[in-house]
Each structure stands twice: as C-alpha cells, then as structure tokens.
Design a protein around this ligand. Sequence first.
Ligand code: FEO
Length: 163
Amino acid sequence: MVIKDKVMKSINKQINAELYSGYLYRAMAAYFESTNLPGFARWMEKQAEEEHNHAMKFYKYVFERGGRVVLGAIDAPPSEWKSPLDAFKQAYAHELKVTALINDIMKTARSEDDTATESMLKWFIDEQVEEEANAKFIVDRLALVKDHIGGLMIMDHELGERK
Ligand code: FEO
C-alpha cells in the first residue's frame, strides 16, 4: 500500500532531523579536534556517520512505499561548547529529542493505520535506547572525571577505539 501523505511528511521531517544530528555531531567532532581530544573527535565522527545511515534508512523506506523524499534546509549547529561534559550533555539532550520525534511518527502511523511504518519504526525505537544509553554513559563518566587531565586522556583513548 502506498504511504499516506501525513506519514510521508513526518518521515521527510525526520530525514532532516537525522541529517541535522549528523551535522551537529560533525560540529562536535570539529570542537574536540580543536581542543586536542582526537579520540572524542573520532567518536563523534562515527556518530555522525551513524546519523547519516539513519537518514538513509528513512530515505529508502519512503521510496519503497512509493513516496517522495523532499529534502529541506539543514540548520547550522553550534560550534562551541564550554567543555567535553557540556558537549556530551547536549548530545544526550539531543538524543532525547530525537526519541520524542520518533515517538511522534509512531503516533501518526498508528492514527493512520500504517502497520508497515509501525514495524519499520521499531528498529529506530530500539536504536534510540542504545543512543541515549551511550551518550548518558559518557556524560556520567565525564562527570566523574571532572577536571582530572589523566582521566580525560584515558577516556580520549577509549572513545577513539570506537568501531
Ligand atoms: Fe539518529 Fe542519534 O539518532
């Protein structure tokens, strides 16, 4: 069954949100690069790639359902953060927002009786549990480390190992 307009529009909006997420994490990678924390930068680059994949998953789904992808302007992300902790707190807050957006698409799909979209969204709902947990874990670790340079260096090494 061809995707309904209302569901298609909400997914198109989400494609933009995922692309913005990638843009935000690229901006955070650039910030970490500028503060000589290359491991943190690498982690953010990987995250930006994941966000692009999320956008493409939605993109392909719209086509599979006979819809039309319409790309809009992507907002400029911030470029400065007060500290690594501040950046990760904002990354975590951003993921909570993304989860809320996905829940909204689910509500729209349900109200339109679109079981295929509901099924597709399950992957994203599970993914958001992981995305939130990853960001929160790093926020909590950074809060423990505070201003101890040794702890920050160990974290930089660990985050740089992200596959
Ligand atoms: Fe695509 Fe980080 O949510």
